[in-house]
Ligand binder design. Sequence first.
Ligand code: GLY
Length: 486
Amino acid sequence: MFKSEIYIQRRNRLKQQLSSSIGYSGIALFIGHDESPINFTDNCYPFRQDSSFLYFFGHNLPKLIGVVDIDEGIDYLFGNDAGMDELIWTGPQPTIKELGERVGISRTGSIKKFESFFQRACSYKRRIHFLPPYRKETVFKLLKWLRIVDISSELDILPSQKLLSESPLSSMKLQPSIELIKAVVAQREVKTDEEIAQIEEAVNISAEMHIEAMKVAKDGMTEQQLLSAVYKKMFDHGCISMAFTPIATTRGETLHNHFYGNTLKKGDLFLLDAGVENSMHYASDLSTTFPVDAKLTTIQKDIYQITLDAHKKAVSALAPEVPFKDVHFKASKAIVKGLKDIGLMKGNVDDAVALGAHALFFPCGTGHMMGLDVHDMEDLGEVYVGYDGEPKSTQFGLKSLRLAKPLKAGFVLTIEPGIYFIPALIDKWHSEKKFLHFINYKALEPYRKFGGIRNEEDYIITETGARLLGKSSLPYNLIDGNSAGN
Ligand code: GLY
């Protein structure tokens, strides 16, 4: 954990921000996670705390509730001290008082105390601010504490998003606080030096994993065997979990491919998208694509070069105040230009990108925010994290761009333009005669089994531009004809 002063400063800043933006009474609730059962109550997924809770209250432990009293300027931490059963099964645990001290909070109490505190706040009609809940049990708790509903059988069958938006319960005013969302985003999106050091540590560990994958990949190995070498590096460097489910595949055209059953063959491209969560729960997110037998074929080299050109264009555009949407368009135009040069696209580059023709090959975004979450704060709503409250495009391709707003010094983000040949999408567009002015469908025939290429790095926006985080893992030398692992 960071030292307690960091958490005190973060909560004080939040109080200042909220009192200046709201100007009247309220409390902000940060509901920590419970354990989450896999197949029965005592067999749980590895515990991972909610990231906003981690940011303001530090502890990666279940069943805690943090409260920031905006008017009184007081912070509280609630949770139950371990009983004998917990001591026997999970060993000695710090008391709630000790947990409070570690994050600079002297007002602590049990969950029962919290419930009385909460009822008092409601009876005084104080505003209760909370972030969008994304776990069903958090929705249950809020409904119960806010006395919106008694826990009923209906709640058991509805996933949390439905509870909030589609069920009859939506009329019951379980409304997350937009002011709190905006205040948390404003604070968490600008990374401080101690956070950058954590993220950089995570990136460096991931770079080692990618370099190892390039070294050990060989004809005849399964994707799962290659992934096991990646996991070994992660454990060797002191991390115990990935920041997201890794993609380790020879079928890189499927954007989030989580199947590991294919066997690597000479001539295949292997796409690894993997990042770790470090001991302070900060994420990294790197992708590399490399040939199984160390050398790219001619058509692989052409496409690889175009993705590198797009990557460099995007990186060179990074600077404060530049809208990330423009960075995305720059990368997209580089892709269209490159595909035109090899005869797969045609027509005016700007028009092709404006109309979304390039999305046949690049149906996703150039990057996203990263921090405590691999897609940082996505639980708070992409419209706030990536769009400053502006609506997102609904155009195919552009609708998947997670970040569009102007950049600020301190933002940490990924750069990951790619080219994907997705046979089902090519066939659909071709049969619909879509973008015949921009796409040479006939020329795509030899690429149907090509797969996909994505390389991804993590950057911090500086006062004057951007800096690569961690050591580079991109196999730039591939284009010069050297092997990826050298
Ligand atoms: N790198 C995986 C993801 O961004 O979802």
